[in-house]
Write a protein that binds this ligand. Structure first.
Ligand SMILES: [Fe+2]
Length: 477
């Protein structure tokens, strides 16, 4: 049976197509429409997905009536009807799954575990904001839930908005700012907003409206640091509770909060093994809904599941480009499913000088304080970073052990958000790293997404040509 999973009418619409447990396609709406965090699916995205097969059924990531009940009673934002219903797909049989259940299925059914605790933390689903599930063989059971308005995600997003950033979109910028601030200066004040895992000061949908002091620029970094610290403390308490409720030491972590790579690292102190599907936010829930309908583990083999640019990975061009210009852009093969560019829609750079960081930030038109991530040959990771686990999807931030050698990929607090790569995971990218290592003794490159700040990742050939014309920057394909 072929199932088309769909997530829309909230931020980050996406579709996923699976056939008997194999993932045929998974892609993001915004990369087709060019509207960042697009709420709706669109003609070209669906056309692309259907090239891989025509679905027998639709699996939808939410229960619309349940969500409506919350919106009527408590307010909040939501889109209107899903766009896909205006197409012939609207006539297909459709099954709706709960928002948090879709997250749980996206995580557990792609995981390598047959026995795990599944934690879902986001801003809000229909009503649920935090849930704990047990996964045993193919069965997922709810063990704990907390409903709106108490919400880890809304707490974090409300402060994101207070600092002048876009909520539901730029939380990662606030997380990056935290490294530059003093977490203790505003710790007590921020703690009052989230004093324990069951209690918050008020409904954060209204934002933070009673902050009693004018916020200067330096305050922003200190507040970001305090928010991150409070978030990490509450997350730690919550995860201990999840462990105690289920007694399981394999963790599946899902929901938008699982994108907080600084906090994720702390979870290795509690759990033996961790799986965070590389698209843990709502955009991953189209796959979650499809997996929910399948009702069993699906075959997760790669995050490269989107639009296919084809071609062989341009290894030699990249290597000589790095030698001559230090910075190269690459667009090859299938697009990444998830927010991180993992080599197929990437800017890669020589990480050995600090000036490279400013140059890449200027190309991407980003704030100069913003850090970049390293990609490293997996077998070298523990010598360069304080880690004893793999991080193939850039989900953990760890201390860099040789920051003086790769300053452009080390954050102000001495940490890096690491991507490890093996030959099996990405032969082309691995070979580039191997060649760079043989020449320089450094098995690391800077890897950042091929986009301009605030714009979606580059997707197809047309985008590539536009980029080259607009920015006078060749993309290797
Ligand atoms: Fe969600």
């Amino acid at each position: 049976m072929i199932v088309l999973g769909i997530n829309e009418t909230s931020h980050d619409a996406s579709v996923s197509l699976i056939k008997d447990g194999d993932i045929l396609f998974a892609g993001h709406s915004e990369r087709y429409s060019k509207q960042k965090n697009d709420w709706y699916t669109n003609k070209n995205l669906i056309k692309d997905a259907l090239q891989y097969g025509y679905p027998d059924k639709i699996a939808y990531y939410e229960k619309p009536l349940l969500k409506k009940s919350r919106l009527i009673l408590k307010g909040g934002l939501s889109g209107t009807n899903p766009w896909f219903q205006t197409t012939e797909l609207g006539d297909l049989p459709r099954v709706n799954f709960g928002h948090h259940y879709s997250h749980a299925c996206a995580g557990y059914y792609t995981s390598p575990f047959n026995d795990a605790v599944i934690v879902v933390l986001d801003a809000i689903g229909e009503w649920n904001t935090t849930t704990i599930w047990s996964g045993e063989k193919n069965l997922i059971k709810l063990k704990y839930k907390q409903n709106y308005p108490v919400s880890f995600g809304l707490f974090y997003s409300a402060f994101t908005k207070m600092l002048g950033l876009m909520p539901n979109q730029e939380e990662y910028i606030m997380m990056g700012m935290a490294a530059y601030g003093d977490p203790n200066k505003y710790f007590n004040q921020v703690s009052e907003y989230f004093p324990d895992i069951n209690k918050q000061k008020y409904n954060f949908h209204k934002g933070i409206y009673d902050w009693d002091k004018k916020i200067e620029d330096q305050d922003k970094f200190d507040i970001a640091a305090a928010v991150q610290k409070v978030y990490e403390l509450r997350l730690n308490e919550f995860m201990h509770m999840a462990y105690n409720i289920t007694g399981k030491d394999n963790l599946v972590f899902m929901g938008g909060c699982a994108l907080n790579s600084s906090a994720n690292t702390l979870l290795w102190n509690i759990f033996k093994k961790i799986w965070i599907m590389p698209n843990p936010g709502d955009a991953g829930s189209s796959l979650g809904a499809a997996a929910a309908l399948y009702g069993k583990h699906i075959n997760w083999t790669t995050p490269y599941l989107g639009y296919d640019l084809g071609g062989d990975y341009p290894v030699e061009k990249i290597v000589s480009g790095l030698k001559n210009n230090k910075i190269v852009a690459v667009a090859s093969g299938r697009a990444e499913y998830g927010p991180r560019a993992l080599g197929n829609r990437s800017i890669l750079a020589d990480p050995r000088s600090i000036e490279i960081k400013d140059k890449v930030n200027l190309i991407k038109q980003r704030e100069l304080f913003r850090p970049f991530a390293p990609v490293i040959m997996a077998e070298h990771a523990s010598r360069w970073f304080d880690m004893n686990f793999e991080s193939p999807y850039m989900q953990y931030t760890v201390k860099c052990l040789q920051p003086e050698k790769i300053p452009s990929v080390v954050h102000a607090d001495g940490t890096s958000r690491v991507q490890t790569v093996t030959r099996e995971q990405h032969l082309g990218l691995y070979t580039v790293l191997e060649k760079f290592y043989n020449e320089t003794g450094v098995p690391v490159l800077l890897n950042t997404s091929l986009n301009i700040k605030g714009q979606p990742l580059l997707n197809d050939e047309i985008d590539a040509v536009k980029w080259e014309n607009n920015y006078n920057f060749e993309i290797f394909r």
